[in-house]
Design a protein around this ligand. Structure first.
Ligand SMILES: [Zn+2]
Length: 222
């Protein structure tokens, strides 16, 4: 009996490192308000060099200005989510107006691209936003780490804010709208890849965590 117990303990100890090796820390970087003719290409190049995927919450009026850039984001394996057409606050709109905004931006997606997530401008939600999202089979995505990159041009400070707070399964909010935000994103990737994190799209993150996003439901992290 005692020998059997020792054998069982040894077997358990052998299993622990194997499970630890299989466990992978995942992060979803999200970029709002683009695409930007000035900054998004540099970001895409940095992401490709690092074999990192991200999710872009695009504005329709900007997609119209540079359709080739939107196509490139999609063709390079990144996810595209909806951020409205005009970037006007959806919280104060009626459901019909929100629906029109979403249909207009969805019509600009590249062939074969189907948006899964909506992030309303400012992340501000209402029952009408949730109902409009549900009617278009969209889930709503907020975030779990916000380094407020739009309020500074200090890439190191943005990086530090993320590194200090990030955990497996987090959704990080950034904007591909300035040099410092792009620089911060690439610094974050370099640092966290060294710590064993992998950068995936939001849909990939949800799937890896065994979550199927439901239409009209709000998510912050996975
Ligand atoms: Zn925005």
């Amino acid at each position: 009996m005692k020998r059997l117990l020792v054998l069982l303990i040894c077997l358990c100890l052998l299993c622990i490192p194997a499970q630890a090796e299989e466990y992978e820390k995942l992060i979803a970087l999200t970029f709002d308000d683009g695409p930007s003719g000035r900054f998004t290409r540099a970001l895409l190049e940095g992401l490709e060099e690092r074999d990192a995927k991200a999710t872009f919450f695009l504005c329709g009026y900007r997609m119209e200005q540079d359709p080739a850039l939107t196509k490139r984001i999609f063709s390079e394996g990144h996810e595209i989510g909806l951020h409205g057409y005009s970037h006007k606050c959806m919280k104060t709109m009626c459901q019909a107006d929100i629906h029109r905004e979403l249909q207009k931006v969805a019509s600009l997606l590249p062939d074969g691209c189907q948006a899964v997530f909506l992030r309303s401008p400012g992340g501000l939600c209402s029952n009408d936003v949730r109902a409009a999202a549900r009617s278009m089979n969209l889930s709503i995505l907020s975030w779990s780490v916000d380094p407020k990159d739009w309020a500074t041009n200090n890439a190191d400070a943005v990086e530090k804010e993320v590194i200090d707070h990030v955990r497996d399964g987090d959704v990080i909010l950034l904007h591909d709208m300035s040099d410092s935000s792009v620089k911060a994103a690439l610094l974050i990737i370099d640092e966290l890849q060294e710590e064993g994190f992998r950068f995936v799209t939001v849909s990939e993150l949800a799937k890896a965590k065994g979550i199927t996003p439901e239409a009209g439901k709000e998510y912050h992290c996975f």
